[in-house]
Design a binder for this molecule. Structure first.
Ligand code: NAD
Ligand code: DAU
Length: 333
């Protein structure tokens, strides 16, 4: 039995990871450590039960708790973070606390107890790319983060690299592009627009909708994370992306089309401050060295599945919707 400690397992990607692990690896136990911030939902883990599964409601900034939990597990997979750029522009403080200080406590615990550690990070640490041209991020792209969110994620990656080199911590890092799929908080672009439409409202596009993101289905991201934990080289970084580039306007028009609305039934709203133009990932290292390939190769197909999930799980997202839209209303977005 391998014992996994998953931080942030009640969030979007973490909950999908825990479900994948529970399904695919019968000889594992899984403990989730999650503070249940506004972004965490205990119900995302419904159906998982002891003896293979345990939930600990706690904070990664609680050094003593982190130490006890790390000591009792074999592998630590660190998803917990403040994850939303717009929130980091309103108040960066929890981003520093969780993404930097929280990661520091985890690293100190894995150092003390010599545990395998996998660090979940983002392509945003590399900054952005011009809107036109075929440049893509690779493992050797220099760090150049733009927002308080991406700066704290970049800082946490650098802590991991230093703990590997200075203390021999057995860590790997993955930097992934934009995820979509079930259990994503309605503050994020795709679920926000789907739930606006389900509510009879209209999608809200920042600026002119020209910014480009490289979309990947969350299950493809998590399959890659498992490959890296199993076979990745200690101390190395792997970029994860599924060649899913699309500009925001195209995503919104696709959602409107799939949901039976006129494709021009959206609103343009004030742009995000410092809005990164384009992200694009070159995942050839992951494909070549670890044999990973995405299962979701059509964004339209993945979006159809995701729309259906939000239609079928209104009890999951409705409690978050009004408060989320109230936050956006304050900036006219
Ligand atoms: P999320 O916001 O949906 O979930 C974050 C989870 O962490 C929540 O359950 C929250 O309660 C928990 N958490 C926050 N602060 C905590 C603390 N101090 N102690 C314990 N738990 C805490 O985030 P997500 O979108 O699932 O992202 C997960 C990870 O993946 C993050 O590290 C993020 O940077 C990274 N990532 C996200 C994307 C994406 O597209 N969403 C892409 C690449 C990388
Ligand atoms: O690239 C990986 C990153 O992707 C992750 O590290 C972050 O945790 C995750 O939130 C995501 O960051 P983005 O800022 O790219 O995602 P978001 O869903 O906030 O926005 C996607 C794009 O859509 C971005 O260009 C902003 C735009 N947008 C967003 C919202 C919420 C809109 O046009 N309208 C909106 O209502």
């Amino acid at each position: 039995m391998t014992a996994y400690l998953v931080t942030g397992g009640a969030g979007f990607i973490g909950a999908n990871f825990v479900r994948l692990l529970a399904d695919q690896r019968p000889s594992t136990t899984i403990t989730v450590l999650d503070a249940l911030t506004y972004a965490g939902s205990r119900t995302s883990l419904d159906g998982l039960a002891s003896p293979r599964f345990a939930f600990v409601h706690g904070n990664i900034r609680d050094a003593e708790l982190v130490d006890q939990l790390v000591a009792a597990h074999d592998v630590v997979v660190h998803f917990a973070a403040e994850s939303h750029n717009d929130n980091s522009l309103r108040d960066p403080s929890p981003f520093v606390d969780t993404n930097l200080v929280g990661t520091f406590h985890l690293l100190e615990a894995v150092r003390r107890h010599d545990r395998r550690y996998h660090h979940i990070s983002t392509d945003e640490v590399y900054g952005d790319l011009p809107l036109t041209g075929g440049d893509r991020f690779s493992e050797s792209t220099p760090y150049n983060p733009s927002s308080p969110y991406s700066a704290t994620k970049a800082g946490s990656d650098l802590l991991v690299r230093a703990w590997v080199r200075s203390f021999g911590v057995r860590a790997t890092i993955s930097n992934c592009s934009n995820n979509y799929g079930p259990y994503q908080h309605v503050e994020k672009f795709i679920p926000r627009q789907i739930t606006n439409i389900l509510d009879g409202g209209r999608p809200r596009l920042y600026g002119l909708g020209a910014n480009v993101r490289d979309w990947i289905h969350v299950s493809d991201h998590n399959e890659a994370v498992l490959r890296i934990i199993d076979d990745g080289m200690i101390g190395e970084t792997y970029l994860i992306g599924a060649d899913g580039e699309a500009d925001n306007l195209t995503v919104v028009r696709t959602l409107l089309h799939l949901m039976g609305r006129p494709v021009d039934a959206y609103d343009l709203v004030p742009d995000r401050v410092g809005h990164d133009l384009r992200y694009a990932i070159d995942a050839s290292r992951l494909r070549r060295e670890l044999g990973w390939a995405p299962q979701f190769t059509s964004l339209e197909q993945g979006l159809s599945q995701t729309i259906q999930w939000y239609r079928d799980h209104q009890e999951w997202w409705r409690p978050q919707k009004a408060a989320t839209e109230a936050k956006y209303a304050a900036t006219g977005q």
